[in-house]
Design a protein around this ligand. Structure first.
Ligand code: AMP
Length: 441
């Protein structure tokens, strides 16, 4: 199968060739002809499968073939993404794929000043990639007009719903032309009931397909489990990074605080480390990601949502410092490596309290992940046990005992206590005004 057989124009084929793509991925083979024919599409595909080109290439071809409407403010195609990072990457792809077409694309997301985005939108944009909150801010300021929209793409729809964007999506749907007057494409890695419901209200007689998402990952990604007491994880991770000479490793923690703490410790261990999560400013996140991509940052510690959509060619190592609460997130996480046919190594450090999470993951994978041990593990455990006997244990998740909790008593899963011991501010749970605070966890 060749890109030429898919019916793409010479301008797009030239851009694809410059990207170095020789063969279309399965999602591209399926999506491109369907979108070119004007069908609505419901696609089961996750990041790493080449889905962006799967919708962006045919979408561009359709826009380029039809005359642009008169009004400069009218967006012709809208791609909604859950995270800023994914929006930036999809926007980058649009720039690259549309290089030889007279189409203008732009990206808008929160966490950065709105002024420059307004300027860009004023000049006229055909394809807009956006996170929901900032898009609605622009709608409120009348800097975008969605009433003439021709193509609507909902990317990573499952993650959108996980992040509570359903109301914002519904608001956007009310602003765009009705279902019969637009082409709609929905991409999702998983299909829980809510996604099926959303799809039925958003798509018009869609063509459906599913690319085996976790199967190629399971085949290409070498996965390893290292079992150990919680308190040894940092030491073991440092040893693995040193011994394996891992030059670029993405490490997942469950919490923002955990990410910060681990990044600090790894930095003390001599690795150039940065952390990304939702409490970091957009500028700090962009800086960390750029440093990681260009090799200045050796270890990037991230929470799930902040890492969602990170697209780094040839990222060789992914570490689950803590297992995710949701087994599907394990698949998303390890999918950061071994992208577009390459191989990768995904290592999980598992403490006894995570045994159930591991069983759930292996049930989803339909496979047992091989168990490994680092050299000297027994000695490390013996040392650790001696240390514990001589010193009362400290709660691992915070480094400080929160008020009202005795040593060793666990906090709720995924609900780490604050390091300062203050009570969690319940107002943080309220729905943010623009939705942009929910863009990253
Ligand atoms: P995506 O799933 O869209 O995030 O794409 C994942 C990665 O695959 C990106 O780095 C793309 O540049 C790359 N990619 C997309 N299509 C192809 C292709 N046909 N051949 C090789 N790499 C590709």
């Amino acid at each position: 199968m060749d890109f030429k057989n898919l019916g793409l124009s010479a301008e797009l084929l030239r851009a694809i060739e410059e990207q170095g793509y020789s063969t279309p991925t399965p999602v591209q083979q399926q999506a491109i002809p369907l979108v070119l024919e004007g069908h609505d599409v419901l696609a089961g595909a996750q990041t790493g499968t080449g889905k962006t080109a799967g919708f962006m290439l045919p979408l561009m071809q359709r826009l380029a073939a039809a005359p642009a409407p008169g009004n400069k403010r009218s967006i012709r195609a809208l791609v909604l993404t859950p995270t800023r990072e994914l929006a930036a990457q999809v926007g980058e792809s649009a720039e690259q794929y549309g290089k030889y077409l007279p189409l203008r694309s732009a990206v808008v997301f929160g966490g950065v000043k709105i002024g420059r985005q307004i300027e860009t939108l004023r000049r006229g944009v055909d394809i807009l990639v956006a996170t929901p909150g900032r898009l609605l801010d622009h709608v409120g300021q009348r800097t975008v007009d969605l009433s003439q929209l021709e193509i609507f793409v909902l990317d990573e729809a499952d993650r959108m719903l996980d992040m509570g964007f359903i109301h914002d999506i519904r608001k956007v749907l009310a602003l765009i032309p009705p279902i019969e007057q637009r082409q709609s494409l929905l991409f999702s890695a998983t299909f829980p009931k809510e996604i099926k419901q959303l799809a039925s209200s958003l798509l018009n007689s869609p063509r459906q397909f599913q690319v085996a998402s976790d199967k190629p990952a399971a085949e290409r990604i070498e996965q390893q489990i290292y079992s150990m007491p919680k308190g040894l994880k940092r030491k073991v991770l440092s040893r693995l990074i040193s011994a394996g000479d891992w030059h670029q490793v993405l490490v997942f923690t469950r919490t923002k605080h955990g990410a910060n703490r681990l990044a600090k410790q790894l930095d003390q261990d001599g690795f150039n480390t940065a952390a990304i999560h939702g409490n970091k400013s957009q500028a700090a996140r962009t800086r960390a990601l750029a440093g990681f991509k260009d090799g200045n940052v050796q270890v990037l510690v991230a929470t799930d949502i902040a890492a969602r959509g990170i697209d780094i060619d040839q990222l060789p190592y992914v570490v689950n410092y803590e297992l995710p609460n949701v087994p599907e997130d394990y698949v998303h996480r390890i999918g950061r490596t071994a992208r577009a046919g390459r191989s990768g190594l995904a290592v999980s450090l598992v403490s006894p309290d995570e045994d159930k999470l591991l069983r759930d993951i292996e049930r989803v994978l339909k496979n047992k992940v091989p168990r490994c041990e680092i050299d000297g593990m027994r000695e490390l455990i013996a040392e650790h046990e001696t240390m514990l006997r001589e010193r009362p244990p400290q709660p691992e998740s915070t480094g400080a005992r929160p008020q009202g909790r005795k040593p060793g008593q666990r906090s709720g899963q995924g609900q780490p206590a604050r390091a300062d011991g203050r009570k969690r501010n319940s107002s943080r749970r309220r729905r943010p005004r623009s939705g942009e605070q929910r863009v990253a966890s």
